[in-house]
Design a protein around this ligand. Structure first.
Ligand code: ADP
Length: 456
């Protein structure tokens, strides 16, 4: 400011001095030097003001322009003013940029959310939504922005929820992609915030609802499976208590009771096996199970089962390639193998043949297969066979001590060992169950034949 005053005074001084020199040099002798100096100073004063105004105008034009990196005036008050404004603008620009980046990061995080997020204004019009919300409600970013949300989502339960304006709880509704064969269920919750705005969150609860339905079905099935033998058992107890029976009749009833008790025992044991399979860590990849020993054990048990159920044995053949070991749990593998062999025995009439084949595959894996000549299974049942309690022939299953859980156990064991189960069957001709183990779980050691061994 001082420089500005000094420059103003200097201008006036120089103006007055120049005017006085001019007067002395060129003006007539009667001309007053004092008046000339005053006029010179006044002229310099106007000149200074014009010069200052032009600098001010340059600064003004610079401020109006988009390009503010290079200041229009460097020195003086206007220069200082321009520099300070430029610094302030830079600071603001940086702050806006940072805020913008943070907003973008925040929006990216909301985009990444598996839950749907919709921001609604005070009239319930869409301001923003993420990709999951677009999928849940079939929204289109170009078409639906600023549209009334309730006009786009017309589900009656959601409409009633919005009309009631009671947003304490969520509402359940079908998603946009919902069909009767492929249900999609959403939980939608509106959270009011700010001045009349709302945050709408949607969550795909299809899997949760299905799990809940499965749990209900499972409990109902288990109760039903247990209640049937329990009712029969209760009936026999009543008979024993109320009727005067002779020794052989009494022994007969006790036999029947023992059968029902063993049925319940099998059911509980299969349920425990299933829950162990679901709850325990994956089977080891370092523990090697000798397949020949495992199948030998299954062969003896199958022969026994065949005799107990049918009074005579089937034509059981085991073609097991020696030297094969599988990485995994011996108990689980035995359970899976014997469930398949046991089913073949139970669903194949005596005298018919059952073949069990174990061999290495070309890709280094291993195959375990059971072929039977039993009643076979109609095609429509095959995809559902591994569901819990799913039975094709209910009475045959019950009569032979089946629990309806055998193939569910097999499926679990197969999955836990990274293997694949495939089932093919022709009704009236027989069935073919096969497990393919991946090479990572198979070890194959060439076993020398007896002749080779003797030759050595
Ligand atoms: P279950 O204890 O009833 O045998 P599973 O889960 O082992 O239960 O089998 C499910 C159903 O699949 C059985 O009830 C039966 O109807 C059918 N099934 C399984 N294996 C065979 C087979 N080898 N031949 C014919 N039907 C079979």
């Amino acid at each position: 400011m001082l420089i500005r005053l000094l420059s103003f005074a200097l201008f006036q001084g120089v103006g007055a001095l120049l005017a006085a020199i001019f007067m002395r040099a060129f003006a007539p002798p009667q001309g007053s030097v004092v008046v000339a100096s005053l006029v010179g100073a006044l002229g310099a004063c106007y000149f200074w003001l014009l010069w200052d105004l032009s600098r001010g105008l340059r600064v003004m034009r610079w401020l109006q322009s988009e390009e503010t990196r290079e200041v229009a005036v460097q020195a003086g008050l206007w220069g200082e003013f321009s520099n300070r404004i430029r610094r302030l603008l830079r600071h603001n620009e940086r702050a806006v940029q940072q805020r913008d980046e943070r907003l973008q990061e925040f929006l990216a995080a909301m985009q990444a959310s598996p839950n749907g997020v919709v921001l609604l204004d005070k009239d319930f019009r869409i301001e923003w939504f993420n990709q999951s919300a677009a999928l849940h409600f079939g929204l289109d970013a170009r078409r639906d922005m600023e549209q009334h949300f309730a006009n786009l989502v017309r589900d009656p339960s959601f409409a009633a929820y919005v009309a009631a304006k009671d947003f304490e709880n969520d509402v359940l509704m079908p998603g946009r992609a919902h069909t009767s064969s492929l249900p999609v269920r959403l939980s939608v919750h509106v959270h009011p915030y700010g001045e009349g705005r709302s945050l709408l969150l949607s969550r795909d609860v299809t899997a949760v609802e299905q799990a809940e339905a499965m749990r209900r079905d499972f409990v109902a099935n288990v109760s039903h499976e247990i209640r049937t033998p329990l009712t029969v058992l209760g009936g026999f107890v009543e008979t024993l208590q109320s009727l005067p029976l002779n020794e052989s009749e009494r022994a007969h009833y006790l036999d029947l009771m023992a059968q029902q008790a063993s049925r319940m025992q099998s059911l509980v044991s299969d349920l425990l096996t299933l829950s162990r399979l679901e709850g325990s860590p994956p089977p080891s990849t370092h523990e090697w199970v000798d397949v020949s020993m495992l199948t030998e054990q299954c062969r003896q048990e199958a022969g026994e089962l065949s005799r107990v159920l049918w009074g005579q044995t089937h034509s059981l053949s085991f073609e097991v390639q020696g030297g094969l070991s599988l990485a995994g749990s011996s108990a689980e593998l035995h359970s899976a193998f014997f469930n398949l062999i046991g089913n073949a025995v139970r669903y194949t009439p005596a005298g018919k043949s059952i073949r069990v084949i174990v061999s290495a595959t070309d890709d280094g894996g291993a195959l375990f297969a059971v072929h039977d000549q039993g009643m076979g299974i109609a095609q429509e049942h095959i995809p559902r066979l591994t569901e819990r309690f799913y039975r094709v022939d209910r009475s045959r299953s019950r009569d032979t001590g089946g629990t309806g859980l055998g193939l569910a156990i097999v499926k679990h064991v197969v999955q836990r060992h990274g293997a694949e189960l495939s089932i093919t069957s022709v009704p009236g001709e027989g069935s073919h169950f096969q497990i393919l183990f991946p090479s990572q779980r198979v070890r194959y050691q060439v076993v020398p034949s007896l002749q080779d061994a003797l030759a050595v």
